[in-house]
Design a protein around this ligand. Structure first.
Ligand code: CAA
Length: 257
C-alpha cells in the first residue's frame, strides 16, 4: 500500500503529518483519509506528542476529495460506507492541530484545514470550495464551518459562485491565523506548535475542548463546559506545579497529568 501520509515527531514534542500524493495534488481518496486518521490517533495516544502540524507541500495542501474515486459512487454506497464519518474523526483529534497551508486548499482540502484548530498560511495559499463546478456541494463540513468562520454573505459567494480567497483575504476574514512567506510557513507552524507544546498538555487539551464547545453549543452550555474543565484542571499535578513554580519564581516542569 502507498504511503500517502508521512509522519515524524520532532525532539520538541511536535507530531508532523504530511500529505504525500503529489502526482494527484494530494487528492483525498479514502486511503489518504484513513492514513491521516490513523496518524492522528497515534499522535493522540503518544504522550511524547503535545501538538500536531498537518501539511502538504509548497504547491498544494490538498486539492479536495478524489474526484476520480467519487465520480461513479451511488448514494447507497456513500450511505453504506458512511463516507464522511471517517473524515469527522479528524475534527475529534484531542491534541492541538495546526494546518500549515501553502498553495491550493480546495474542496475537501479546505474542509480538512478548517477541521484543524489553527491555520498558518503561506503567501501562496488559496482557499476555495469548488464543488459547485462539479455539480455537487461541500460534504465534509464546508457549508457549516466556513459560514461560522467568515459569515454568511462571503460563505455564500465562496460556495455558490466558486470565489477563492487568497492568503491575505483569508487572514482578513478570520480563516487563518497568520500569513508568512512560502520559504518558512512550515517552520512558523512548527514554532507555533512548539510554543503550545511548552505548556501543560492537560491545560492545553482542556482549553482546546472548551473553545471547541463555543462552536458547538449555546453560550450557557459552553460556559458550563468551561467551568467543568476549569475545575478539572485543579485535579492535575500540572496545576499544582504551575502555581508553585509561579510563586517560587521558577520555570514549571509539566508532567502532563
Ligand atoms: N481529485 C482527483 N485528482 C485531482 C484532483 C482531485 N480533487 N485535483 C487535482 N487532481 C489531479 C489532476 O487530475 C491531475 O492529474 P493528471 O496529471 O493525472 O491529469 C493532477 O492532479 C494535476 O492537476 P491539474 O493538471 O488540474 O493541475 P492545475 O495546476 O492545472 O490545476 C487545480 C490545479 C486548480 C487544483 C485543479 O487540479 C483542480 O481544479 N482540481 C480539483 C479541485 C476541486 O474541484 N476540488 C473539490 C473536489 S470535491 C470535494 O472535495 C467534495 C468534498 O466536499 C469532500
Amino acid at each position: 500500500m502507498e504511503t500517502y501520509v508521512v509522519t515524524e515527531i520532532t525532539s520538541s514534542g511536535v507530531g508532523l503529518a504530511y500529505f504525500n500524493r503529489p502526482e494527484a495534488y494530494n487528492a483525498l481518496n479514502t486511503a489518504v483519509i484513513r492514513q491521516l486518521v490513523a496518524a492522528l490517533a497515534d499522535f493522540d495516544a503518544d504522550p511524547q506528542v503535545r501538538a500536531v502540524v498537518l501539511t502538504g507541500n509548497e504547491k498544494v495542501f490538498a486539492a479536495g476529495a478524489d474526484i476520480q474515486e467519487m465520480s461513479s459512487l451511488t448514494p447507497m454506497q456513500l450511505f453504506a460506507e458512511a463516507r464522511f464519518a471517517l473524515w469527522d474523526r479528524i475534527a475529534t483529534t484531542q491534541k492541538p492541530l495546526i494546518a500549515a497551508v501553502s498553495g491550493f486548499a480546495l474542496g475537501g482540502g479546505c474542509e480538512v484545514a478548517m477541521m484543524c484548530d489553527m491555520i498558518v498560511a503561506s503567501e501562496s495559499a488559496k482557499f476555495g470550495q469548488p464543488e459547485i463546478t462539479l455539480g455537487i456541494i461541500p460534504g465534509a463540513g464546508g457549508t457549516q464551518r466556513l459560514t461560522r468562520t467568515v459569515g454568511k454573505a462571503l460563505a455564500m459567494e465562496i460556495i455558490l459562485a466558486n470565489r477563492w480567497l487568497n492568503a491575505e483575504e483569508a487572514l482578513a476574514h478570520g480563516l487563518v491565523n497568520r500569513v508568512v512567506p512560502v520559504s518558512n510557513y512550515l517552520e512558523e507552524a512548527i514554532a507555533l506548535a512548539e510554543k503550545i507544546a511548552s505548556f501543560s498538555p492537560v491545560a492545553v487539551q482542556l482549553a482546546k475542548q472548551s473553545i471547541t464547545a463555543a462552536w458547538q453549543t449555546p453560550l450557557t452550555e459552553g460556559l458550563r463546559f468551561e467551568r467543568h474543565n476549569f475545575y478539572l484542571a485543579f485535579a492535575s499535578e500540572d496545576q499544582t506545579e504551575g502555581m508553585a513554580a509561579f510563586l517560587a519564581k521558577r520555570t514549571p516542569h509539566w508532567q502532563g497529568k
